[in-house]
Design a protein around this ligand. Structure first.
Ligand code: SF4
Length: 238
């Protein structure tokens, strides 16, 4: 087993890079894009975004609104040798319609919890995130779904650009802190409980879980999902 199977050093490194990043490049880039939301609400659907991941403050705030609106992050980050899953946090449930709309999107395509919406919803479609391009070159990405939604080439004032930078960088740092805390916690939890994470087995467990998920589920045979929240694992019960 590697010493860093939970990739803690990767997340610490990303955080260092993020904290040393100058806002200039981001601001120039998003100013050039000149995006404004046209309220198409596509970003609030599974068709455009896989899931809405919640940071811990989001989870606690949203639980007060509707305790049945969240479920474990579908990324199923880790598993133990018994096939139980351990995930970094909760996500918002979606409706059963074709678009897989967020549970809080109303029939007029408006957010029912707008003032209390998750931080990622306040930030999207902006991001400050490193990932490889089609040729494998890793670089900063600042905008999601270019051309798929909204209006472009519009004027954004200096004040607006600065506000976008401030909230986006806050989200990204909060997110990385959350991942680092989760990964440190699970490392210790696995060590203390004689549990093992094996990447190859994990891929098999995920495949098996996803293939069974929608077909005549026998819940009693399903793996347990443990969700990291406020420095402990919560056992998820549907
Ligand atoms: S919480 Fe609101 S803004 Fe966020 S995805 Fe759901 S409907 Fe959209």
């Amino acid at each position: 087993m590697s010493n860093d199977e939970f990739e803690i050093s990767h997340y610490i490194n990303e955080k260092k890079l993020l904290e040393s990043l100058d806002s200039k490049d981001f601001i120039e880039n998003i100013s050039e894009i000149g995006f404004r939301c046209d309220m198409c609400a596509r970003c609030c659907t599974g068709a455009q975004n896989d899931h809405v991941f919640l940071l811990e403050d989001d989870t606690d705030r949203i639980l007060k609104i509707d305790e049945n609106s969240i479920y474990p992050s579908p990324l199923l980050d880790f598993s133990d040798q018994f096939g139980n899953f351990y995930v970094a946090g909760y996500a918002l449930k979606t409706s059963e319609n074709d678009e897989k709309s967020c549970i809080f999107l109303n029939s007029e395509n408006r957010c029912k919890i707008y003032d209390k919406r998750p931080l990622i919803c306040q930030v999207y479609p902006y991001m400050v995130f490193r990932e490889p391009d089609s040729k494998g070159k890793i670089d900063w990405r600042y905008f999601a779904g270019l051309g798929d939604h909204g209006c472009y080439n519009l004027y954004l004032s200096e004040e607006e650009l600065k506000e976008i930078w401030d909230i986006t960088i806050k989200y990204e740092i909060d997110y990385l802190n959350h991942e680092i805390n989760f990964r440190k916690y699970i490392k210790e939890y696995f060590e203390n409980n004689n549990l093992n994470f094996v990447k190859r087995k994990h891929a098999e467990f995920v495949r098996k879980y996803n293939s069974k998920k929608n077909k005549n589920r026998d819940v009693s045979e399903e793996p347990i999902i443990y969700v990291y929240h406020r420095n402990k694992f919560e056992k998820y019960i549907e």
